[in-house]
Write a protein that binds this ligand. Structure first.
Ligand SMILES: *Cc1c(COP(=O)(O)O)cnc(C)c1O
Length: 395
């Protein structure tokens, strides 16, 4: 049986996969099983932040693997402590970290911290978590309920209680009550359509919540690890959340989740844990990824890449205003609104045919999440391929 047949026979059909099998990668370049070459404008949904087959990350992992992969969280783990230091110092926030294995798990940890903090005086049980419509927070029973998309709540219930959905940032205040344990938002909704929140509104919300002693949780699973140009989007927005979650890009392809918080005393021994979280393998990857990204930022290369990519995208958008209605996003988390769903799916297929990988997101958005290390020539080639794709779409 070939790979497609094996997949069909043995893997649960939870993904509508495209009929492509990639066999090798190099930074923003991919090659499929037929030898066809692609430019990758997706970095595995913002995961491979330092590119495919990054030699420094691979060397660091291999060196660690030739020694210890995993012991357990019952003992000190050198790279875990160092990864926490790098993350906290890079963020500039006075926080501590807990290590998990995915974005959903990081968000679970965040919700646990907010809820335990909500019981701090023993008399009131603050348990409600307010999230936004069109949000995406994960696929576990709790985080799928935290996700403000009703279609995702059709099955799987009963869910944990206490999730309340606000239409937008403005309508959060009216939903706060004595039982609110926290407010969880993405600063740029990724799956929901690459929609940045308004900075002044977010700052006003952060201040309101501080005054009311309600923790602000920022889900930076997609926006974190320099995706927006700063290490966290929270820094870009000039706010100090009580809890931030990271995952996707911070591991460079190794499955990790991080919840970081200024509420250091809330969880004690036994309150939370993870068998795999923060092991030698995954935190070695985090250390190397954060070092690489810090250097890329400090040298000015990241800002230059962001500018170059956005110029290319702007030019592409200007040339196809009959198909695209708006350009959205921040940093290397960008999108073009497409006039309708049918055209979006045509663009996605034509792009793949023409040799460039792009993504879709909510609100009929064509989504771009390239590696933060993508080169100018990779960017140029990607947009040439996209121009070719548009000849197919617009013919
Ligand atoms: C991808 C994503 C998640 C879920 O992460 P998993 O690693 O798939 O569990 C949660 N929140 C946001 C904002 C995401 O983009």
């Amino acid at each position: 049986m070939n790979i497609q047949e094996l997949d069909k026979k043995y893997v649960l059909p939870t993904y509508a996969r495209a009929d492509v099998e990639f066999v090798s990668g190099d930074n923003a370049r991919l090659t499929d099983a037929n030898g066809k070459k692609y430019i990758d404008f997706t970095s595995g949904i913002a995961v491979v932040s330092v590119g495919h087959a990054n030699k420094r990350v691979n060397d660091a992992i291999c060196k660690q693997l030739s020694n210890i992969t995993h012991i357990s969280n019952l003992y000190h783990i050198g790279p875990q402590a160092k990864a926490a230091q790098k993350i906290v110092e890079t963020s500039g926030y006075d926080m501590q970290c807990f290590f998990a294995n995915s974005g959903a798990e990081a968000n679970e940890g965040a919700i646990k911290i907010a809820r335990k903090h909500g019981e701090r005086d023993g008399t009131i049980k603050r348990y409600k978590i307010i999230t936004l419509q069109h949000s995406f927070h994960g696929r576990t029973i709790t985080t799928v309920k935290a996700t403000g998309q009703e279609a995702m709540h059709n099955y799987f219930g009963p869910f944990p209680d206490g999730f309340v959905y606000a239409n937008d940032i403005d309508s959060i205040e009216a939903l706060l009550d004595d039982h609110t344990a926290g407010v969880m938002i993405e600063l740029i909704q990724g799956e929901g359509g690459v929609q940045p929140q308004d900075k002044a509104k977010v700052q006003a919300l952060a201040k309101l919540l501080k005054d009311k002693e309600i923790p602000l949780i920022v889900d930076e699973v997609q926006t974190g690890a320099y995706r927006t140009g700063e290490f966290t989007a929270s820094q870009l927005y000039g706010i100090e959340p009580e809890i931030i979650t990271l995952a996707k890009g911070i591991g460079g392809g190794v499955p990790v989740g991080v919840v970081m918080t200024s509420l250091k005393g809330v969880l004690g021994a036994g309150d939370h844990g993870s068998t795999f979280g923060g092991n030698f393998l995954s935190t070695t990857a985090i250390c190397e990824v954060v070092d690489i990204l810090n250097e890329t930022k400090q040298s000015g290369a990241l800002d230059a890449t962001i500018a170059y990519f956005n110029e290319g995208l702007e030019k592409f958008y200007e040339g196809h205003k009959t198909t695209f209605t708006d350009k959205v996003g921040l940093g290397l988390m960008c999108g073009l609104r497409v006039k309708d769903a049918e055209t979006l799916s045509k663009v996605l297929n034509a792009a793949r045919e023409s040799g460039v990988m792009v993504l879709k997101a909510g609100r009929n958005t064509l989504r771009f999440l390239p590696a933060l290390t993508i080169t100018n020539s990779e960017i140029d080639e990607g947009f040439i391929a996209l121009e070719n794709a548009m000849k197919i779409v617009e013919q």
